[in-house]
Ligand binder design. Sequence first.
Ligand code: AMP
Length: 231
Amino acid sequence: MDKIFIFLGPPGCGKGTQTANLSNKLHLPHIDTGSLLRKHVQKETPYGLEAKSYMDKGQLVPARIVADIIKTRILEPDTEHGYILDGYPRSIEQAKLLEDVFKEIGEKKEIVAFYFDIPTDTLVERLVNRRFCPKCGMIYNKKSSPPKIDNCCDICCEKLSKRSDDTEEVAQERFKTYFKETAPLLEFYKEKGILEEIDADKPIDEVWEEIKELADIEPDDSEMDSIRTEE
Ligand code: AMP
């Protein structure tokens, strides 16, 4: 059965990395509202111009903007056999709007929500030390998973970048937003009986094994299928 996966968890919990793994394994598109919004900001579209001030402060972009962006994206033909929503929805309001979008477009796929359970006390530090390759999207952490050569991508040798909102101040704000707006979604999806909890306080490969089991993916030792990309 075709599925829609919803990945939930605090900023820096590793859900971006695992979404990329699952997307790669099941050949499903990885739909990440943070990246979609950053593209709008970069292109200075009307949505991007409005979203920027919220993103700079670590606050949620208004729900109607994100719902419009998501609707446009899930109507693209590559979503026919399912997709992974990374970082969407992020509030009860967004989850209800998403249900409206599903009704409007006649979306009937099965939905499963994965919650990345992890202690949040070290996550601000993780975000502040996060770097990414602007060319291939690979992510690094200056302390826990640095590149082989300082500040240089292992894959394409491109100079690494830091996201403008990965500062201590904005990261703290993003956590406040997460606890106030996003955490209540866990109860919302639990009540619907579609929430799976993942112990995300483990090495990347072990988290990936747990996800494969929950997503009914056969183990395959011959394949190196765990990758790291933008959170
Ligand atoms: P992320 O890349 O997931 O860390 O998101 C970066 C920023 O984009 C967030 O701090 C928000 O300002 C904005 N953003 C991303 N996804 C959403 C969403 N679903 N709803 C509202 N704002 C979002």
